[in-house]
Write a protein that binds this ligand. Structure first.
Ligand SMILES: Nc1nc2c(c(=O)[nH]1)N[C@H]1C(S)=C(S)[C@@H](COP(=O)(O)O)O[C@H]1N2
Ligand SMILES: [Mo]
Length: 256
């Protein structure tokens, strides 16, 4: 996946460079654009802003959607919520918002729903096609209202990988988290999925709610969501690179 993606980004990078004189005259910007991650990012932001990830037919759905990473959070809070059928679970929405929210699953299900059949690509070399259902993240963000300075949406998860040295910040460094920019946050295929293939999410696939940000790779698809933070900087979270895996060297912008 990674190798194929880097080949695919080579052409857009050169087009970006020839197309933007101001950018190529700025040595810092040029260096950034020439890195693979930033090339993909700028390419999508310049020409693919609203481009949709491919959607598939029901007949394409994988019989089994592999479980990867955490299979079940050991966090006692999540365990208790799971035992209670997630009746007491709330999705907290905090940070640079007009009003903080604490949404129940029935409230999330009462919002307009989107269903999409997409292919999930994991950097470990497997893919699976699944049908995801949930409200668009945009609806939740509009309900909360973004304040000035909002640049990133950060997703805090229930699971903790443990065994990693703490790097401080708003949460322990081993707590899984991810983040996206506002373009992806308001993209129509960015949803908070409560269902996979018409069934409530299984424990392995991220119950009770996970992010689907379909133009990016598997590790961005944060499972076991507990809290969404609207932020002006990624520095206070985990290791400061915007995600559990980005803190460990993966690209923050995992565009496919
Ligand atoms: N909270 C959390 N989200 C996560 C992970 C994880 O371990 N914990 N793994 C990521 C990776 S690498 C992949 S490929 C997908 C796997 O999702 P699945 O278990 O539904 O296949 O979730 C992503 N989101
Ligand atoms: Mo992955």
């Amino acid at each position: 996946m990674l190798h194929r993606r880097h080949l695919l980004t080579a052409a857009p990078a050169s087009l970006v460079l020839t197309g933007c004189d101001a950018l190529t005259r700025n040595p810092t910007a040029k260096a950034i654009v020439e890195s693979g991650e930033q090339a993909t990012y700028r390419w999508q932001r310049l020409v693919g802003r609203d481009g949709l990830a491919r959607e598939f037919a029901a007949s394409d759905i994988s019989p089994v959607f592999k479980v990867n990473g955490t299979h079940e959070p050991t966090n006692p809070e999540w365990q208790a919520l799971s035992t209670g059928g997630f009746a007491d679970w709330r999705l907290k929405v905090t940070g640079l918002v007009g009003r903080e929210l604490a949404l129940t699953l029935p409230q999330l299900r009462a919002l307009p729903q989107r269903t999409q059949i997409t292919r999930h690509d994991c950097v470990e070399g497997w893919s699976a096609i699944g049908q995801w259902t949930g409200p668009q993240l945009a609806h939740v963000l509009k309900a909360a209202g973004l304040r000035d300075g909002a640049r990133y949406i950060v997703f805090l998860c229930a699971d903790d990988y443990g065994g990693e040295a703490s790097k401080g910040g708003l949460q322990s460094s081993s707590r899984y988290y991810e983040s996206i920019d506002l373009v992806d946050a308001f993209h129509p295929q960015t949803i908070l999925a409560h269902s996979l293939n018409n069934q409530p999410l299984s424990t392995g696939n991220g119950a009770p709610l996970r992010l689907r940000v379909e133009r990016q790779l598997g590790y961005k698809q944060a499972k076991y969501l507990m809290q969404i933070v609207v932020a002006d900087s990624l520095a206070p979270f985990g290791g400061g690179k915007g995600g559990y895996w980005p803190d460990r060297g993966y690209e923050w912008y995992a565009g496919t």
